[in-house]
Design a protein around this ligand. Structure first.
Ligand SMILES: [Zn+2]
Ligand SMILES: [Zn+2]
Length: 383
């Protein structure tokens, strides 16, 4: 076994912001007993490790295996440096409790040039927690982890650190801080970490844009009581089932929703969006529901459930659930299908248990709406 010490600096290029890259590298380095660090350096990320040659070989193999597993980054350079006599003389490592591998804070204008990844669809682990009544994030509509959740849509600037996102307004609670700081935790260094106690909350507003609980002081007092607080998702389900249009603000911005099977509601949405000809994409509660309406191949199934959560154009099933539905174009033989990408949408379509037309609230050519007041002003009385 080659245990001679070596010191290697790797340059990593690609999409490394907001994909849990730095925590992944730290975990891997510690597993192999390596010291060193990881930091943003202009266009790339630098990983420096020092330790037995064999351990570095294993570290390299596992790092490259991960980069082949659907991650959009790659090792682009590798340089050997003279071994540092003590780990404090490594470029950016300082001895910490129990380890000498360190994630350096992103600094400098150079780091702002790192590309940022798109939002990532809710991962399998977060889905499980969302459905687990014993989990502290059970049915929490803004659940996410280091591997999934909003990225691009909440970033105000690169690199992707919490203080440069719209999450900066929600300081994490003590429990979330514990998870953020625990290397074994899936939310270690997860910039979007939040929970019911500290993160954003859903709120129901009526078609005049008035939030429940703010009607008047008396009612407001009554609504302080949790039992009387209307459940925003339940309210949305009621309105949608009655054929209404609901505007939903989630991590990925504002959307308008109607039941896909309700031709009248879809037509109203078409008028609202000034889009009577072009069909709308449909969000399905499950793959079974997609299958009931469309022909679905294995490849299409994988696209639908992938981290990018794209809209996949599928052939309508003749005699399927949405045969007669006017999803904006009844005679169109195809449906733009998608799966819920965030917990808010997931909880909503799961509660409805039927397909929903979900479209961006933004009008064609108009600036992106991100403030509640503007959305309310534009759609007052109609949604
Ligand atoms: Zn997740
Ligand atoms: Zn919290």
């Amino acid at each position: 076994m080659d245990v001679r010490p070596k010191r290697i600096v790797f340059a990593i290029d690609g999409l490394v912001q907001g994909v849990g890259f730095r925590p992944f590298i730290e975990r891997l380095a510690r597993q192999h007993g390596l010291s060193g660090g990881v930091k943003n350096c202009g266009q790339s990320v630098q990983v420096e490790v020092q330790g037995p040659a064999l351990a570095i070989d294993r570290f390299r193999i596992e790092m490259q295996t991960e980069s082949l597993a659907g991650q959009q980054w790659a090792v682009t350079a590798e340089n050997e440096r003279p071994v540092a006599l003590d780990s404090t003389s490594l470029d950016f490592s300082e001895p910490g409790p129990g380890s000498t591998f360190k994630i350096s804070p992103s600094v400098g204008i150079a780091a702002q040039r790192l590309p940022l990844v798109a939002d990532r669809a809710i991962c399998a682990e977060c889905r499980d927690e969302l459905a687990d009544s014993t989990n502290r994030r059970y049915r929490y509509p803004f659940i996410s982890c280091a591997r999934c959740g909003p990225r691009f849509s909440i970033a105000t600037m690169a690199p992707f650190d919490r203080e440069r996102t719209t999450m900066a307004r929600f300081p994490p609670c003590a429990e979330c801080v514990d998870e953020y700081e625990s290397i074994a935790n899936r939310r270690y260094h997860a910039q979007t970490i939040s929970c019911r106690n500290c993160g954003p909350q859903l709120q129901w507003r009526d078609s005049q844009g008035i939030a429940s609980g703010l009607l008047d002081s008396l009612q407001s007092d009554l609504l302080q009581n949790d039992r009387l607080q209307p459940d925003p998702l339940a309210e949305a389900v009621t309105v949608l089932r009655a054929g209404g249009v609901v505007a939903i603000k989630s991590v990925s911005g504002f959307h308008l929703a109607v039941l896909a099977a309700n031709a009248g509601a879809v037509a109203r949405l078409g008028k609202l969006k000034n889009r009577q000809r072009k069909p709308f994409a449909v969000m399905f509660p499950s793959l079974d529901a997609v299958n009931a309406s469309c022909h679905l191949s294995t490849a299409e199934e994988q696209w639908l459930t992938g981290p990018a959560a794209p809209i996949v154009l599928l052939d309508k099933r003749v005699g399927g659930d949405l045969t007669g539905a006017a999803t904006g174009a009844a005679d169109n033989p195809r449906i733009g299908a998608m799966m819920p990408a965030c917990a808010t949408h997931l909880l909503l379509v799961a509660a409805l248990a039927e397909p929903v037309v979900m479209t961006s609230l933004n009008r064609y050519g108009a600036p992106v709406v991100c403030r509640n007041e503007i959305a309310i002003e534009q759609f007052r009385g109609q949604v």
